[in-house]
Design a protein around this ligand. Structure first.
Ligand code: NAD
Ligand code: MLT
Length: 544
């Protein structure tokens, strides 16, 4: 039974869901990184929140781990490149905490504008000071929203309800769509900066958004404008924000997130009276935690029990039904990859191109191509290769993988043709699926044929002259190798050219038998290719 490790606090509803689904659950919060590494060795998947950071050191050489689920939105505490390289699918639960985080942002905005934090602290200190805490009305003020995704939009809608004017910037939101929500969008962040009384950021933390709100931009803001960050620490530069507040250029800030969490004792910002802080509470409501925990439990069990891929950030989404539908195509393309890699002896591949024809072109060809890449690399890699990491591993080795599709039917109702460009020339193989699952090799280089794509293959190229089939049968018989199936193909559809025979053998012929076959004057080449037995499950899927 698959085992799920949980290293952060997860709502009990999620844990109960996992147990009811029949998964083994190992809840261990507060682990240090080396302990997380050890615990991962016994896990098929892990659920984390923001308290666990999964670095490349922790993810390296964890062959059992297949999936990481982030109960929440931000995946910046996971080394995505490392997870992908290790073949681990990373998924998140993007929508469960949107409303709570948007509400927290609005709460911060209101508390900031009315000095709720310091006023409450002053009363607790026994004072009755009404003069020091005069605030600012929000109605009629302009709020700039940087990042109008789920939370940004939700904040914008609420701010409009508070009679604020909302201007926003998001490279992926059109002006028409924004206008439907009553938001004016501008073309870049700089167009927002000088126009607002309050600015709130709702982007992910990326190389591009790190320090997005910096000293230069703060200097261009209206004097006394205030800043809210309930997204990720570092989108607003912390040191430069402290400077801008101390100089009076920025009137105050409300922060739920920090570059270091928890922040160090030397964090200047937290100590400033104009700064209101909460310890990453945006999603900390009973409702949001239950929603994300349940969603995390659903998606990890869907993946571990049914190969379902939902909300993956490093792989295309796929339902259990879709996975079942493309399983034979995944198997076919992986076998084509294995075949071409062995024909090439796994060296000097520069690029690969896949052509999908007929029904194959209607499927999720990206994944089928990834499965081909997995087959192509499998025999050459010491690493564990699967459909998550194969394309990345290929790219890292300079192998360019491309595909093209046409739903037009050629000789077969469904066909996948793969060509690899190698230092020694091009190699091509094409396959089809008979019925739902019978895989056939229908083209090998220039030859058309109908061969089985499983087990021990002997590919035997020769001149198309009488007696050669009898010859190979005799040699193999003499060496006690049984032929299970044999397919013949000609280069031209007439006698006299070159021909190929693909034999499925019940056992591997000895070097002596192969030497005898190669010794015949009309034989051009003999290759052995080992493929998985017919119907063998794909190594990286469950229960297929
Ligand atoms: P989302 O993916 O729905 O939205 C992010 C938006 O940012 C996207 O629309 C994207 O186009 C936009 N964007 C990306 N780069 C940009 C740039 N350079 N300039 C302007 N816009 C840009 O994500 P979301 O669910 O809305 O989450 C937003 C942020 O809130 C994330 O950083 C997430 O981690 C954080 N978050 C924090 C809490 C919390 O507890 N404080 C809770 C949930 C989410
Ligand atoms: C998130 O990205 O979802 C948030 O940071 C909330 C959290 O993990 O608690």
């Amino acid at each position: 039974m698959p085992r799920v490790l949980i290293t952060d606090n997860l709502s009990p509803a999620g844990i109960q869901f996992l147990q009811a689904a029949g998964l083994e659950v190992d809840v261990r919060s507060g682990l240090k990184p080396p302990q997380v590494r050890e615990a991962l060795k016994e896990a098929d998947g892990i659920i984390i929140r923001s308290g666990t950071t999964l670095t490349s050191e922790l993810l390296k050489d964890q062959p059992r781990v297949r999936v990481i689920v982030r109960a929440g939105v931000g995946v910046d505490n996971i080394d995505l490149a490392a997870a992908t390289r290790e073949g681990i699918v990373v998924m998140n639960t993007p929508a469960g905490n949107t409303t709570s985080t948007a509400e927290h942002t609005i709460a911060m905005l209101m508390a900031l504008s009315r000095n709720i934090g310091p006023a409450a602290a002053s009363m607790k200190a026994g004072k009755w000071d009404r003069k020091s805490f005069t605030g600012t009305q929000l109605a009629g003020k302009t709020l700039a929203v940087v990042g109008l995704g789920r939370i940004g939009l939700s904040v914008a809608k609420r701010a409009i309800g508070l009679e604020m004017k909302v201007v926003g910037y998001d490279p992926f939101l059109s002006a028409e769509k924004a206008a439907e929500h009553g938001i004016e969008v501008v073309r870049n962040v700089d167009d927002l900066i000088g126009r607002c009384d309050f600015l709130t950021v709702h982007t992910p933390l990326t190389d591009e958004t790190k320090g997005l709100i910096n000293a230069e931009r703060m200097a261009k803001m209206r004097k006394g404008a205030r800043i809210v960050n309930c997204a990720r620490g570092g989108i607003v530069d912390e040191e430069q924000l402290a400077d801008a507040i101390e100089s009076g250029q920025i009137g105050g800030a409300a922060l739920d997130v920090f570059v270091d969490e928890p922040p160090g004792d030397d964090n200047r910002l937290i100590k400033l009276p104009q700064v209101l802080t909460t310890p990453h509470l945006g999603a900390s409501t009973d409702e949001a935690q239950e929603l994300v925990a349940l969603e995390a439990a659903e998606i990890i069990s869907g993946f571990l029990l049914r190969n379902e891929v939902r909300h993956a950030v490093n792989m295309a989404p796929l339902s259990a039904a879709e996975m079942a539908d493309i399983r034979a195509s995944l198997d076919l393309s992986r076998r084509l990859g294995l075949l071409l890699a062995q024909q090439n002896r796994c060296s000097g591949v520069r690029s690969a191109h896949l052509v999908y024809r007929g029904e194959a072109a209607t499927k999720n060809t990206r994944l089928i191509t990834a499965s081909f890449a997995a087959g192509l690399l499998e025999c050459a890699m010491s690493e564990h290769v699967n459909i998550v990491n194969a394309e990345m591993l290929a790219r890292e080795r300079g192998i360019k993988i491309t595909e093209s599709s046409s739903t037009e039917v050629s000789d077969f109702s469904t066909m996948i043709r793969a060509t690899i460009e190698t230092d020694g020339g091009d190699l091509t193989a094409a396959g089809t699926i008979f019925g739902k699952q019978f895989l056939r090799l229908v083209r090998l280089g220039p030859y058309s044929l109908d061969a089985y794509l499983d087990g021990q293959l002997l590919i035997y190229r020769h001149r198309d002259v009488p007696g050669l089939i009898g010859f190979i049968g005799t040699v193999l018989g003499k060496h006690n190798v049984n032929i299970a199936h044999m397919a013949l193909g000609r280069e031209r559809h007439e006698p006299g050219g070159d021909a190929v025979a693909v034999l499925n053998l019940d056992s591997e012929p000895s070097a002596e038998a192969l030497a005898e076959i190669r010794g015949h004057a009309e034989v051009i080449g003999v290759e052995l290719v080992k493929l998985p037995p017919a119907g063998e499950p794909l190594p990286w899927l469950v229960g297929n």
